[in-house]
Write a protein that binds this ligand. Structure first.
Ligand code: PEP
Length: 212
């Protein structure tokens, strides 16, 4: 199976002009899913697109997006449980579990993020966070929080232990995320990861093209 690249742009870039430039420069590839801020979805018509988050339902929930909206926009993929959502927006496992269910109901391809903070026991945290796993989830992304956006990527052999733990419990695709770039991504594929979730390096066209 060809490896997947999930590009998480987070709240970047800051202008529509720059978003247009990025979309234009990224070659279409069916193994690549771009997750831009939702205000830029309309620019990515030829690319596979994903949302960085999603709420539970359509209705009086100011500032949110619903699974139904994503489905009707043909945004097939959705990232849930990203550590930045957990940390800055106080998302709990309980809420993430509800979001997973709501997105699966709309047949969205859910990418569930899990991973420990510095000093936490990896397998204990994974066990707890995998309580959000549901049959039908598209992929689980193992993202040690201390490796995200720090340049301090996880030792691939150590990541393999998390990979095995997640695979055994979920029997689904497992991605690695955390300071992935064009120099280190192959090491994770060699360990058996089905792909990578890329943040910072996905905004750098040269880097992203090299990985593609
Ligand atoms: C991420 O956004 O999930 C991520 C892994 O970011 P970065 O690649 O910048 O560490």
């Amino acid at each position: 199976m060809k490896p997947l690249i999930i590009a998480n742009w987070k709240a970047n870039p800051g202008s529509v002009k720059e978003a247009k430039r990025l979309f234009k420069a990224i070659p279409y590839n069916r193994q690549v899913v771009i997750c831009p801020p939702s205000c830029y979805f309309y620019l990515g018509k030829k690319h596979k697109l994903g949302s960085q988050n999603c709420f539970l339902e359509t209705g009086a929930f100011t500032g949110e997006l619903s699974p139904e909206m994503l489905k009707s926009l043909r945004i097939d993929y959705v990232i849930l449980g990203h550590s930045e959502r957990r940390e800055y927006f106080k998302e709990t496992d309980e809420l993430i579990r509800e979001k997973v269910k709501a997105c699966l109901k709309e047949k969205l391809k859910v990418i569930l993020c899990v991973g420990e903070k510095k000093g936490q026991n990896t397998l204990t945290i994974l066990k707890r966070q995998l309580s959000c796993f549901e049959k039908g989830i598209f992929a689980v992304a193992y993202e040690p929080v201390w490796a995200i956006g720090t340049g301090n990527f996880c030792n691939p052999e150590k990541a393999k232990k998390a990979l095995d733990f997640i695979k055994k419990r979920t029997k689904t695709k497992v991605l690695y995320g955390g300071s992935v770039n064009s120099s280190n991504f192959k090491q994770y594929l060699k360990q058996g990861f089905d792909g990578v979730l890329v943040g910072g390096a996905s905004l750098n066209i040269k880097e992203l093209k090299k990985m593609i």
